[in-house]
Ligand binder design. Structure first.
Ligand code: AMP
Ligand code: MG
Length: 337
């Protein structure tokens, strides 16, 4: 199939693609998503085929306004409205109990559904024009780093989807924060653009799922099905280096061998002359590192590096999301400088 490129003004064409059951690449503030009509079981099944996504990994249902929550969810706790008030539209997904109207393909058979109201103006316009909830995961081939611009998504999805809308580079750069509100205290399943500290301001106590910070052992059952799969991983193995940034850069320089690539904070690029280097942003700017992390990981798939060393920010604020994505890309292979 030919993948139609749409510009940000072609909202009507984008909405029509969704309404007739097509697959659409959609810009959001987090990453580009692979969307389909979230009420159409067959359209949603095609998302799984295009991505090569395991069937037991559910999708997120995207809605244009918070007042659509009641159409698809029940037993909605007060905390959901408090979070929607503060963070929607924005990079937060809430896990809630779903109504029977939500197709099985979206929820992978769970009794819960992930709900998000995105902030990207083009995405919002498409959701409103389509007048549908849009089911979407990230727009990458399963296992690869998520796409944060149209070109990255086309690299994976050209010929597999009906169209893609160019909404420019993503402003957050990592996928949405996922919070499970069906438990008490609420549980952080995936860190993202809305930080743990911000969630605590609204919710008080928040439990952090162990899968956020460590590898799940064999036989352990993660709460977010997506957490058990290899993720975001470039072809070459990754080692994450934590600790003081200058110490970390020196550590990498000492251990680097010919043919290795480096993801480092901008300040340390000159240390690695002669090696493929992807700057990840200034050391004190984890928001910029979040915008850069997936592109940096993706870059090395076009090279023949045998190993990637990656500097990692402290796990605070949005740094928790950056460090989570890097650690997952590394299979939690982490060293302390
Ligand atoms: P992606 O944004 O590509 O990672 O895809 C959506 C993510 O949301 C995956 O990590 C899913 O496992 C997660 N997710 C979707 N629905 C649920 C749910 N009902 N419970 C837990 N996690 C979910
Ligand atoms: Mg994904």
């Amino acid at each position: 199939m030919d993948t139609l490129r749409l510009n940000a003004g072609q909202v009507a064409e984008a909405a029509a693609t969704l309404r007739r059951g097509g697959l659409l690449g959609i810009p959001t503030e987090t990453v580009y998503g692979l969307g389909a009509n979230g009420l159409d079981q067959e359209a949603v099944e095609r998302i799984f085929q295009a991505k090569g996504r395991p069937q037991d990994n559910p999708l997120i249902l995207h809605i244009p306004t918070a007042d659509w929550l009641e159409r698809y969810c029940e037993d909605i706790p007060a905390a959901a409205y408090a979070l929607a008030e503060r963070f929607w539209p924005g990079p937060l997904t809430m896990i809630l109990k779903h109504k029977p109207v939500v197709p099985r393909a979206v929820t992978a058979g769970l009794d819960t559904v992930g709900m998000r109201c995105p902030a990207h103006p083009v995405c919002r316009a498409i959701l409103t024009a389509a007048d549908l909830p849009v089911a979407a995961p990230s727009g990458n081939t399963s296992g690869r780093p998520s796409p944060t611009n149209m070109a990255d998504m086309l690299e994976d999805m050209e010929g597999k989807i009906d169209g893609i809308v160019d909404g420019g580079p993503c402003q957050v750069g990592v996928e949405s924060t996922i919070i499970d509100l069906t438990e008490q205290p609420p549980r952080l399943l995936r860190p993202g653009g809305v930080t743990l500290e911000e969630l605590e301001e609204v919710l008080g106590e928040v439990a952090v799922d162990p899968a956020v910070t460590r590898l799940m052992g064999a036989g352990e059952q993660p709460r977010a099905p997506g957490m058990k799969y290899r993720h975001y991983a470039p072809k070459a193995p990754v080692t994450v280096v934590r600790g003081d940034p200058a110490d970390g850069a020196r550590y990498i320089r000492r251990h680097l061998t010919d043919g290795d690539g480096v993801i480092c904070f901008n300040e340390f690029v000159p240390l690695f002359e002669g090696h493929p280097v992807e700057p990840s942003g200034p050391k004190d700017d984890p928001a910029e590192q979040a915008r850069r992390v997936f592109d940096a990981l993706r870059y090395f798939d076009g090279t023949d590096v045998s190993h990637i060393w990656a500097q990692c920010p402290d796990p605070e604020g949005i740094g928790l999301a950056v460090s989570n994505r890097l650690n997952k890309a590394a299979g939690f292979h982490i060293v302390q400088a």
